[in-house]
Write a protein that binds this ligand. Structure first.
Ligand code: GDG
Length: 735
């Protein structure tokens, strides 16, 4: 039975060693809960690090640890302390984390850490590969493992791979500063489905792929060699039922069952019934905006002195990455700010900030969520922020106000919260006042909407949605009609070729016989190609036709010494070897002067684009333009031209980074079928790479060997990887 392999940096379990005995507890975090059904149901396995380095693992306990890990349906990746230093504390947390959260000045570019990041990703890949069986699916999580999808895909192209990024993906302008940007993108593109929390992160990623790697991006799909990669957003939810149920139990508990913390919180509430509590919970991280939050609270106390003794900020900061220098600096800053605010505003009976620097057990977290009137969550950047969602989920009577930063992914779904810019201290101070004074009815109205959404799109639904999408992609990929020409398929085709007596080859030029170059004028055939075509034509049973969108002048010049037939301008003109160029259909070009100025305005507005005028068609090239702008303008131009020329029998063909306007009654399919009319070919081979070649694939007889270069998504029967693969096959025919 096929299974799902989940891979994340940490395994979802807590290992501890006490008195020489190993014990393990499954962890209860959001991710572990969300993936529970994926993990347990289908015999799944979770691969990751246990939390103990090799140095911390006594050799006599190794077998016990392995057993404990196995019992939880997990497999461990063994890491040394120096692995952790370079991979986790180094590259992940000192390079990627700050860069992806737009803290560019904190990002360290250290070659040694990068090397360790690569080698640790390889260690993860090795464990995954050991555990993979046919038909399995792999789901990789987060920024520590961005090279893993490619490492797995290279060894197991048959396996379907998903990747989810839990932190933001930054804009292209920021991402491109990373020295290893190409490798990271290629690593990620080993996945078949890439998921992000929000559409913005998705858009930033697609833009980086298109600008940095130059791969074709169409809507949310990337085409890379023979693969289509889908990119989508899946906003992660929480285990709504669990938070809601714990909160309900919290309201129903008696004095006896209450936690010490709850007792204190209640005491405070009864002693000062009109005083309110504001909650702040995060890991102590510079992305969370804790310092500006404190400054905003200070500003609030200053500006609204009537709230003295009437409000308290309960701040839980969970220790995190304390051996990274910026976190140590931050800790000091927060300690000082809290000290300074409390020193300045405290009275004998009141301390404005209650500050806890520790992590708390889950039930205390619920105590805090249910007891505080306002949650103040103001990250400078945050992939999603689950605390915001958890606070709303625990509000059983639907009171409570959430103040949330616009820069958290959660803000996209929590419109009913009071959204603020975390850098605007004045605005936060005023919003605190608004929150404290919001009528209960208004609070309930807002929370109702948010709770409904959280209940519906919970973490389990999130995981299911991702897996369903991955499954559907797998389904589409396996249905792709075109077959890849591997060695054995090539042998089959060669056998057909050998048995045939009258053979014809229709060969497209750009993107097929010759790889694309930035300037189309530089794509002259190399000597090897000229020799190959000559050799193929030399066999008397063979006939070679080069069929291209190129103008006849260029094509004629490039192939003047090669005894083949040439068809230019997508089928408009034809020339046999030694003959003259002839029109394949009666044509006119009277329309060109009307269309040319329109194209010229697009050239003027779109840097890097240019016009190519041919005898019976005109083309607008945008290969060198900014990719996004190019696509956008191509779309616009094609609409304009369609409207302008609808009554003139013209059509707009979109090729690979080119729009071509020509008479609609001519295309490559028509030219190729006319060419073979009334002749008995028993082997027809046709190969091309773009939309204009699809006409040939559709129009040629069914038993023709039609081949698309690059992708399986085509009307052709077969596909090959790239232009090198094309030459390899043609060489086999020529031998
Ligand atoms: C990353 C992204 C994205 C916190 N303190 C305690 C405690 N917690 C729990 C909360 C919550 C989780 O930790 C924190 O999750 P966040 O989403 O707020 O933040 P990150 O840790 O930075 O997570 C983030 C997330 O991944 C998921 O994709 O949302 O943007 O940065 O669940 O309840 N739990 C306990 N004691 C504590 O003291 N038991």
């Amino acid at each position: 039975m096929s299974k799902t392999i989940i891979v994340s940096n940490r395994l979802p379990l807590q290992l501890s060693i006490e008195d020489g005995k190993v014990s393990s507890e499954p962890s209860v975090g959001g991710l572990a809960t969300g993936l529970k059904s994926v993990h347990r149901d289908s015999n799944g396995i979770w691969i990751g690090w246990t939390g103990l380095t090799q140095e911390e693992t006594p050799s006599e306990l190794k077998a016990d640890i392995d057993n404990a890990v196995e019992k939880e349906q997990c497999a461990a990746v063994e890491l040394t302390q120096s692995d952790m230093d370079g991979f986790y504390y180094g590259f992940s947390n000192r390079t990627i984390w700050p860069l992806y959260h737009y803290f560019m000045e904190y990002a360290e570019f250290d070659d040694e850490n990068w090397e360790i990041y690569k080698s640790v990703n390889q260690k993860f890949a090795d464990v995954v590969l050991e555990n993979i069986e046919d038909g399995d699916t792999v789901w990789v999580h987060d920024y520590q493992l961005m090279l893993l999808p490619q490492m797995i895909k290279e060894k197991r192209p048959d396996v379907s791979i998903g990747f989810f990024l839990h932190i933001p993906f930054p804009s292209y302008e920021v991402f491109r500063t990373l020295p290893w940007r190409d490798q990271i993108l290629k690593g990620l593109l080993g996945a078949d489905l890439l998921g992000f929390h929000t559409y913005d992160y998705e858009r930033h990623f697609l833009s980086s792929v298109s600008r940095i790697l130059g791969y074709e991006v169409s809507f949310n799909e990337i085409t890379f060699k023979d693969r289509h990669i889908t990119v989508d957003s899946f906003p992660m939810g929480i285990d709504y039922e669990k938070f809601h149920a714990f909160a309900k139990a919290n309201y129903e508990q008696t004095d006896k069952t209450q936690s010490e913390l709850q007792r204190r919180l209640d005491l405070h509430a009864t002693a000062t019934p009109d005083a309110k509590m504001i909650l702040s919970i995060d890991r102590l991280d510079y992305t969370k905006g804790i310092a500006s939050r404190l400054k905003a609270f200070e500003h609030f106390l200053e500006k609204y002195p009537e709230y003295t003794e009437k409000v308290r900020l309960v701040m839980l900061a969970v220790p995190s990455r304390s051996n990274v220098p910026q976190y140590q600096v931050l800790k000091k800053e927060i300690d000082e700010l809290v000290g300074s605010i409390n020193g300045r505003f405290s009275t004998v009976s009141w301390t404005p900030v209650w500050y806890f620097y520790r992590s708390m057990p889950f039930n205390n977290l619920i105590d805090l969520y249910t007891s505080c009137d306002v949650a103040l969550i103001t990250p400078i950047r945050d992939g999603m922020n689950l605390v915001a969602k958890e606070y709303i989920a625990t509000r059983i009577d639907r009171t409570g106000v959430l103040i949330l930063s616009e820069m958290a992914g959660a803000a996209k779904e929590m419109n009913e919260a009071l959204l603020i810019n975390p850098n605007d201290i004045g605005l936060i101070a005023d919003t605190i006042k608004e929150a404290l004074e919001m009528p209960e009815e208004e609070q309930k109205k807002r929370n109702k909407f948010m709770q409904k959404r959280l209940e519906r799109y919970n973490v389990e639904k999130w995981a299911k949605d991702f897996m369903n999408k991955l499954d559907s992609i797998k389904g589409i990929q396996s249905q792709a009609k075109a077959q890849h020409i591997n060695n054995s398929k090539q042998e089959e085709i060669l056998a057909k070729f050998k048995n045939a007596n009258k053979r014809i080859f229709f060969l497209d030029y750009d993107g097929t016989l010759r790889a694309f170059v930035n300037n189309p004028g530089d794509a002259k055939p190399d000597q090897k190609l000229l020799d190959l075509v000559t050799k193929l034509q030399a066999e008397e049973k063979n006939e070679v036709v080069i069929i291209s969108g190129r103008d006849s002048g260029t094509l004629g010049e490039w192939f003047k010494d090669v005894p083949v037939t040439l068809i230019s301008e997508h089928g408009v003109l034809k020339k046999t070897y030694g003959g003259e160029w002839e029109l394949t259909e009666s044509m006119n070009s009277d329309w060109v002067p009307t269309v040319q100025p329109v194209l010229q305005t697009f050239v003027d507005r779109t840097p890097g684009t240019f016009i190519e005028e041919k005898k019976y068609s005109i083309a607008w090239h945008y290969r060198k333009a900014d990719p996004d702008l190019g696509e956008q303008r191509a779309n616009e131009l094609s609409n304009v031209i369609r409207e302008l020329t609808s009554n003139h029998g013209l059509s707009v063909l979109s090729g690979n980074k080119v729009l071509e306007i020509k008479s609609s009654n001519v295309h490559k399919g028509k030219a190729a079928t006319n060419h073979i009319l009334n002749q008995e070919y028993d082997f027809i081979f046709c190969i091309g790479d773009d939309w204009t070649d699809e006409f040939m694939f559709q129009d040629l007889p069914e038993d023709a060997i039609t081949v698309k270069v690059g992708v399986a998504n085509t009307a052709a029967r077969f596909y090959v990887d790239d232009t090198d693969h094309v030459r390899k096959i043609l060489n086999a025919f020529a031998e």
